[in-house]
Design a protein around this ligand. Structure first.
Ligand code: MN
Length: 181
């Protein structure tokens, strides 16, 4: 349903942009992007999303951290992938000039709510992917707050996709085992 050409264009762009960057688990950052894309591909199949919507969701999944974590700008994405993709990735980007992390997330969610469901889905898929075993360096409070934040994301974006909402709900429930470890 998704063309190889489009997938590879976004994957290669993300690979170059993230370069040597690693995940908190010490593996190349591309593994995070591939995991988010995997969640999105399953969701598109489960929900039988139209091909244009699936194309957008998968492209945005692969590019979703480029503005936030690399030198890539909105204009770069605009010229390579067009306005729809650039706006989607920008909405998925936290404004780090805002002091409080809570406000950064709230504003990003507000921006996402103006985006189509297939873009909101990427935020759910991102959090599903990030609800793995927390890094050893996190204390219980940080783990608890991460679970709370996931609940907030789910409550705001649950209408975007039933399958992903259920996936995230399950992940949030399973996460309890990490809170008092
Ligand atoms: Mn991410």
């Amino acid at each position: 349903m998704f063309t190889q050409e489009k997938y590879l264009k976004a994957l290669n762009f993300a690979a170059k942009a993230h370069g040597e960057q690693k995940t908190p688990y010490g593996v190349p950052y591309l593994t995070h992007l591939a995991s988010v894309a995997m969640e999105i591909i399953h969701a598109c199949e489960q929900s039988q999303l139209k091909i244009e919507k699936a194309d957008l969701a998968i492209t945005v999944a692969l590019l979703h951290d480029t503005i936030e974590d690399t030198d890539v700008t909105y204009d770069d994405l605009y010229s390579e992938f067009g306005a729809e993709v650039a706006e989607a990735v920008e909405a998925l980007t936290k404004d780090k000039t805002i002091e409080s992390k809570k406000d950064q997330m709230a504003l990003s969610i507000n921006n996402l709510l103006t985006q189509p469901y297939e873009v909101q889905m990427v935020k759910l898929a991102d959090r599903i992917t990030n609800m793995q075993k927390p890094p050893e360096s996190w204390d219980s409070l940080k783990v608890l707050n991460y679970q709370k934040e996931a609940k907030f994301i789910l409550s705001c974006l649950k209408n975007s996709n039933l399958y992903l909402s259920k996936r995230l709900e399950d992940k949030i429930n399973e996460y309890v085992v990490y809170i008092n470890r």
